[in-house]
Structures are given as C-alpha cells and as structure tokens.
Design a binder for this molecule. Structure first.
Ligand SMILES: O=C(O)CCC(=O)C(=O)O
Ligand SMILES: [Fe+2]
Length: 351
C-alpha cells in the first residue's frame, strides 16, 4: 500500500503537489507567526496566581507533572497511529462494522452529535487537512470486545481495536481527573459557588470526548484546522513533536512549540461564559508548513451538562444544548462557527 492510499482521496493532490488551488487554505495566512512560550502550570503544586494570570491573559497553558504515565501516552500514540494508517476504506468501515458510537471523520473537525462530519454550507469545497477518530468516553464500553472470527486481517484489526479501547479508557480516567482538578482550582480563583451538584453541572464528566487526529504531511503550506475557539469548558491536548498549533495573542499569530511529556490545556467558550468573560476561550488553529512528517495529536473536550442553564452578565441565559445546536446550524449554513456572539445581546451577530 502506498502511503497516500491511507489518506482520504480529497487529501491526495495536496499531499503530492502542494495546494495550487488553495483548497486547504481558508483564510489568509498572516506573516507574523513567531514562536511563543505559553504559561506553565505544575499540577502537583498548583499556583493560584499563575493559574489566574494564565486563564485571564492567555486562555491556554502548558501542564507539567500531570501524572499521566509516559508509557500510557506512548502506547496510545502508537496504537492511534497504527489505526489511522490503515487504508482509507478500511477506516471508513472500522467502527461501522462493529456498530459502535465511535466514528471516523476527515476533511473537517466539525461533527454532528453522532460523530459524522457536518456538511458545510457556502464553503463546502473547503477541505482541511485533518482526519481522525471521535471517541465519546462514555460509549467506549459499547465497543464490542474482540472476536476471533473472520480472516487474519480482520482478527488483527479487532485485537488492535480492543487495545485502543483499553488504552483510551485508561487515558480517559487520567484526563478526566486532570480536568476536574483544574476546573475546581479555576472555580476557586473565580470564587464560583460549587456546592451541591453545581460542579458536575458546569463540568459534566459524562460528556468527555476524545479526538485522535492525524494531519498528513504536505508540500507547501496546509491548514490542518481553521481558526476557532473550542466550545468546551476545558480542552486538553497531547501533541507529538511535529508542531503546528498556533494561538492568537494580542492580534498576532504565534506558534506554540511542542514540549515532550507535557499537555496543553485551553479554556473553551463555556469556561469563558461561566467566568463571566473574566477568562478567555483562546483562538487557535493548526497550520503546517513544509512538513515532511505527519502530525498526530489527541484532544480531550469536556462540556457542561446539556440542560444546565449558564447565566452571566454578557450573554442571554443558555444551555449547552442550545449553544451546540446554534454552532451546528451556523457551520451548515455559513460554513463556520460563530459561537458566543450569537448569545451576546450587544453583538451584531446576536440571534
Ligand atoms: O490538534 C491540535 O493540535 C488542535 C486540535 C484542536 O484545536 C481541536 O480539536 O479543537
Ligand atoms: Fe481547538
């Protein structure tokens, strides 16, 4: 199998010839993309002042001493890479064949609630150079255990899938622990009242979702993920050593350098709303320039309980379900997410 047979057909000309039609570029690339050091938070010695400053001024930080075993991180990376390097058709069938709530997507990270790529309105021809698996953590147990029927290839794939499930469950437990610890610390810096069920309404562990991404190698410049903010409360990223993540700070784009054995935490739109705009949901994108290597990352997202009403002074009261429905409607009709301005009475984009 040639390497490109494992990629979606829509990626193949960009991989081989660069991007003459500009299909993978959906916004002008700004020139001033320099490297930047983001704040560092030590999870074993949480410093409230550094955390407050990181949330207020950056909306993103690097996490050290996170307690996820390195062995688990590298095994997870290995199995994800191996599943993502299967032939394209094979990946399409992978989760469908075992009737699982996990899904395979490509060309856009914008998915509907079943994990299928959303058809994008006016920019339907735009393909971003990313593919991956969508893994709702609470559904992992529904992935059937390995069966030994079928040919050798099928049996090998089932056993890979079983290892993937076991590793994901273990990683999911660690990353959920980290998200809860960080959310409780952030809530303290905001003097948020978390009595009763309030913590699990704002950050509902059962909504945890993991995306395993592959960004192909590409000649020239390719956009892996458009500029966006995450809709989550908190997102936690594990990236490989390739680089490509960029953040917007003071109206400029900066590259975030990968640092081995650390995680990157960014605040999402729900955290911004819960904090009454004291903390921000950082704008970011993934851009690859003359990368001879593919890039792999694993991203965890966690959301509020679907029907929990988020009240704050700058937004009309809304539930996460309403927010998600609005995002999906905008992606389908406009080709892009609008996000919080849809809920901001002062914004011209308010609905
Ligand atoms: O892969 C990455 O580095 C970032 C992914 C991301 O921003 C997202 O999934 O929202
Ligand atoms: Fe993101």
């Amino acid at each position: 199998m040639s390497i490109s047979e494992s990629y979606p057909p829509a990626f193949r000309c960009v991989i081989n010839d660069g991007d003459p039609q500009g299909t993978a570029k959906v916004e002008p690339v700004l020139l001033h993309d320099k490297e930047i050091d983001i704040p560092v938070i030590d999870l074993e010695r949480l410093d409230k002042e550094i955390l407050t400053e990181a949330c207020r001024e950056w909306g993103i930080f690097r996490l050290e001493n996170h307690g996820v075993p390195l062995e688990l991180m590298s095994r997870l990376q290995e199995i994800s890479e191996s599943l993502l390097s299967l032939p394209f058709e094979n990946k399409r069938e992978l989760f469908a064949a075992v009737k699982s709530p996990l899904s395979y997507f490509w060309g856009t990270p914008a998915l509907n609630r079943s994990g299928d790529a959303l058809k994008r309105g006016t920019q339907a021809s735009n393909v971003t150079m990313v593919e991956g698996f969508n893994v709702p953590l609470s559904s992992l147990s529904k992935l059937p255990a390995s069966t030994s029927c079928g040919d050798d290839d099928a049996a090998a794939q089932h056993s890979q899938l079983e290892s993937f499930r076991v590793l994901m469950e273990e990683y999911g437990r660690h990353i959920t622990r980290i998200a809860v610890t960080l959310f409780e610390a952030i809530a303290q810096t905001l003097n948020l009242e978390l009595s009763g069920d309030k913590r699990s309404e704002y950050l509902s562990e059962s909504t945890g979702l993991i995306r395993v991404y592959r960004y192909p190698e590409a000649a020239g410049e390719a956009l892996g993920m458009e500029v966006h903010t995450d809709s989550s409360v908190i997102s936690i990223l594990k990236e490989d050593e390739t680089g490509g993540l960029e953040i917007m700070k003071n109206e400029e784009w900066f590259r975030v350098k990968p640092v081995a054995n650390t995680l990157i935490v960014n605040l999402g739109d729900m955290m911004q709303a819960i904090s009454d705009d004291k903390y921000k949901s950082v704008e970011h994108r993934v851009k690859k320039k003359d990368m001879k290597k593919e890039r792999h990352s694993v991203c965890y997202f966690v959301f509020p309980q679907r029907d929990c009403v988020i009240k704050s002074s700058n937004y009309k009261p809304f539930t996460y379900s309403e927010f998600e429905a609005q995002v999906q409607a905008d992606v389908q009709s406009l080709g892009t997410k609008i996000g919080l301005p849809r809920f901001t009475p002062k914004s011209p984009l308010y609905v």
